[in-house]
Design a protein around this ligand. Structure first.
Ligand code: FUB
Length: 331
């Protein structure tokens, strides 16, 4: 669309037209964005047994945010919904709201880490919990009957956990809201945390003053990539930035934003995770965003785009689309 036509139409009309276009069918062989219907956020991306999985937050009012759905796909285009794989009624200590899954497989079991109750101080019960199942789609049951992390450490709210397995088989959890990020070493059976080599249990790795929440870590060519969200999740400026370090503990220096609103596509793009397809080294960023012109904070939808690195290993700015990615079968 030319700039002249854009000006003629004005922002509101253009937003309505673009929103309608977003509902149109994607080109053949493309996933389309959002990738599945419904208000969902904080997507956790995982590949289990040659199948793509996305575990999102159900983005509703707290009183309705009482369970998790999961989505699976053989090719990034065709998605199957698995309803209510973990429910609040099966977590005795969870009373208020559930969000931000992190799901891993170990020794044939699936571990589902989640945040519950949105605790505002150490006086409240809640924090980060863990559930276990025999299949990726559950049913998941609470592993330890209490939160795994139940208090503030280094001023980090115990939410938004991500579990990272290093090459030596050590599992770390990176987590934290309220502008602080911690890393902890998980016990091999995930029933708790244990001290790291230097004796620290809760090590702060907040990478920059802009850090807000939604941390994620992955390793590529021997380097540790740390991604996180900045801005407020209910508004348009929510975005994703990253750093690269030589160890899971950093130090991490912010390189810059790689995903942010595009006023012709969507706003509030953040809280991401990634798919890495080992067979052809393809990378995808999975994130949530608000539809254009929609000011309701919980109106978040899950989208996927290609994630591309330059020759120096830097992540190129992500281009948000409504077409979504092309089919990428795993089998
Ligand atoms: O979905 C609830 C909150 O929204 C998450 O904890 C944040 O990361 C933000 O995405």
């Amino acid at each position: 669309m030319s700039m002249g036509i854009r000006k003629l139409l004005g922002g509101a009309v253009l937003a309505a037209i673009v929103s309608t276009a977003a509902l149109a069918a994607p080109p053949p062989g493309h996933a389309g964005n959002p990738v599945f219907p419904g208000w969902y956020a904080d997507p956790e991306a995982a590949i289990f047994d040659n199948t793509y999985w996305i575990y999102p937050t159900t983005s509703l009012r707290y009183s309705e945010q009482v369970g998790f759905d999961a989505f699976s796909s053989p090719d990034l285009v065709h998605w199957t919904k698995h309803a209510n794989v973990l429910a609040m009624k099966d977590i005795a200590w969870a009373k208020k709201a559930l969000w931000a899954p992190a799901v891993i497989e170990k020794d044939g079991k699936y571990y589902f880490f989640f945040a519950a109750n949105d605790i505002q101080s150490d006086k409240e019960v809640g924090g980060i919990g863990v559930a276990v199942a025999d299949k990726p789609d559950g049913p998941y049951r609470d592993l330890i009957g209490k939160p795994l992390i139940d208090a503030f450490h280094n001023r980090a709210q115990p939410i938004d956990q991500f579990v990272f397995r290093d090459d030596d088989g050590t599992y770390y959890m990176i987590y934290g809201g309220w502008k602080h990020a911690n890393i902890v070493k998980l016990k091999p059976d995930f029933t708790g945390v244990e001290p790291m080599a230097d004796g620290t249990v809760f090590k702060e790795i907040t990478p920059a003053k802009e850090y807000v929440e939604g941390p994620l870590m992955f390793k590529r060519n021997g380097k540790y990539y740390f991604m996180w969200s900045e801005g407020g999740w209910t508004g348009p400026d929510y975005s994703v930035a990253y750093a690269i370090g030589d160890s899971p503990m950093g130090p991490f220096k912010r390189i810059g934003k790689i995903l942010q609103q595009d006023t012709t596509v969507a706003t509030g793009a953040g809280h991401n995770s990634v798919f890495h397809v080992a067979k052809d080294d393809a990378w995808y960023i999975v994130y949530h965003r608000h539809p254009l012109g929609d000011k309701v904070g919980n109106h978040r939808q899950v989208a996927i785009e290609k994630m591309v690195f330059d020759n120096d290993g830097k992540i190129l700015p992500v281009v948000m689309t409504t077409d979504g990615v092309e089919a990428h079968p795993l089998r």
